[in-house]
Design a protein around this ligand. Structure first.
Ligand code: PHE
Length: 461
């Protein structure tokens, strides 16, 4: 017994040594700044572009319900576990496991996270490039007066060329790199604080306009009325994947941001605020888009082109549509930007802390190599959907599963509790949280996986 104790003591002091070594790291300077940055990561194209079309393809209301269940039962606990791992270790996602579990293979989770960051960012940057193209089209008023058929054509033309989609993608990567190279507080925090409130304002405005369109009701019914006959194993997996993607979970973004949070901040509150904000914006995006989809007679399951085709259609019917289109696409670019910087930061933190590169050099290397990968995703190729589906539906849930198992079974109750109560307040939900991360979340994620593989044939879904 005593031997075990002294071993634990030794490991603790080893951890302490590693952590002290990192104490002069940069971090977020204010509470609003850290929430804006983390919510900025979560709120992105996943909410405004991906959520509506995935919900559309998977039956609307039923999908939304399962999605909300996953956010609460799995998303929040996974996010909190990531924040704990990050703040306790004070490291990038790869180094975090080296510090918290020296000599054990847990660091593979970190490696998987870095790989996922590369994959996600390389298709994300392509879609973000489209948003810049659309901003340009909005400024030059080229979307005005077009029918939905013509808008479909515009979408096809602007995503299938070779030169412009690539140019826009490169421009976007350059902007992301510019912010990340400036640092955590002077780059990421500063820009998130300015951009996020603006995003909220515009999306509320658009939602209001959309539900006042003729025929809007049908869209709201599609979004909010669950049709349980549409639930299949695929719908359940897609909902799980979407919840991980939208909350930026399972690959180290929240752990990396967690490592920049001061000890006096409550991690529980941070996880709740960020998840609420993200869910609210996804629903608002649905409210802005589905009524318009039905009012225009567009197929709700029309795939990744959904927002690029339907929203310009609403703007055409609106008083002041020019200004709204301009605002909307500016904000889509912003939403993409605050998410892409978080993905880039996962890699930059890894490069600079583990490979000892200077921050600007790490940033240009990371952004440069992603740009090259993204070239293969431009033109909306098969690699694009492979990266999209594999990261959301496999890597992120798998990462999330391993992260909760690590926090629940290997970190030790004490260190988890210390981290949750580092702000000096009792974490009354602690017992409940432990049960969730030890049993409920891992079993739920594993069940969805096994079910998808057809291994739980007896569970009727
Ligand atoms: N959450 C982001 C969005 O909704 C995408 C993202 C996924 C960002 C994973 C970081 C990590 O757009």
């Amino acid at each position: 017994m005593r031997e075990i104790q002294s071993e634990v003591c030794f490991l603790d002091s080893l951890q302490h040594f590693f952590i002290m070594d990192q104490l002069n790291r940069e971090g977020f300077n204010s509470r609003f700044g850290l929430i804006a940055a983390a919510a900025g990561s979560a709120i992105g194209l996943g909410n405004v572009w991906r959520f509506p079309y995935v919900a559309g393809e998977n039956g609307g209301g039923a999908f939304l319900l399962i999605y909300l269940g996953f956010v609460m039962a799995i998303g929040v606990p996974v996010m909190l576990s990531e924040l704990i791992i990050g703040r306790k270790s004070q490291r990038n996602i790869f180094g975090a496991f080296h510090v918290l579990a020296p000599g054990k293979p847990w660091y593979l989770i970190g490696l998987m996270g870095v790989v996922a960051a590369f994959m996600i960012l390389s298709f994300y940057a392509v879609v973000a490039g489209w948003t810049i193209e659309y901003l340009y089209l909005a400024i030059s008023n080229s979307l005005a007066g077009k029918s939905s058929l013509e808008l479909n054509q515009v979408f096809f033309d602007s995503t299938s060329g070779t030169f412009r989609p690539i140019l826009m993608m490169v421009l976007f990567m350059f902007m992301s790199a510019f912010i990340v190279k400036s640092g955590v507080s002077k780059g990421i925090e500063k820009y998130s604080k300015m951009l996020m409130p603006l995003l909220l304002f515009i999306i509320v405005l658009l939602g209001i306009r959309s539900i006042t369109l003729d025929g809007a009701m049908e869209g709201l019914v599609f979004l909010f009325k669950p049709d349980f006959s549409r639930i299949t194993t695929k719908v359940v997996l897609e909902a799980l994947g979407q919840s991980f993607f939208s909350l930026s979970l399972g690959m180290g973004v929240m752990a990396t941001y967690g490592s920049y949070i001061k000890k006096g901040e409550s991690l529980g509150r941070t996880a709740i605020y960020v998840s609420l904000a993200d869910t609210m914006i996804a629903i608002l995006a649905g409210v802005a888009i589905f009524p318009a989809v039905f009012a225009f007679g567009i197929e709700p399951a029309s795939g990744p082109g959904l927002v690029f085709v339907t929203l310009p259609g609403i703007f055409n019917q609106m008083f002041g549509g020019y200004i709204f289109a301009l605002f909307f696409f500016t904000l889509l670019v912003i939403a993409a930007l605050t998410s892409s910087i978080s993905l880039l930061e996962v890699i930059v933190a890894y490069f600079s802390e583990e490979l000892k590169m200077k921050r600007p050099i790490a940033t240009w290397w990371a952004a440069g190599s992603i740009t090259i990968l993204a070239l293969f995703c431009a033109n909306y190729s098969t690699l694009f959907s492979f990266f999209d589906k594999t990261s959301s539906n496999v890597l992120l849930p798998l990462g999330g599963l391993l992260i909760v198992v690590f926090a629940g079974w290997f970190m030790g109750r004490k260190s988890v509790r210390n981290e949750l109560e580092a702000d000096g307040k009792m974490a009354r939900y602690f017992r409940f949280f432990v049960i969730v991360i030890k049993f409920i979340a891992p079993i739920a994620i594993a069940a969805v996986f096994l079910n998808q593989l057809g291994l739980l044939g007896w569970v009727k879904l």
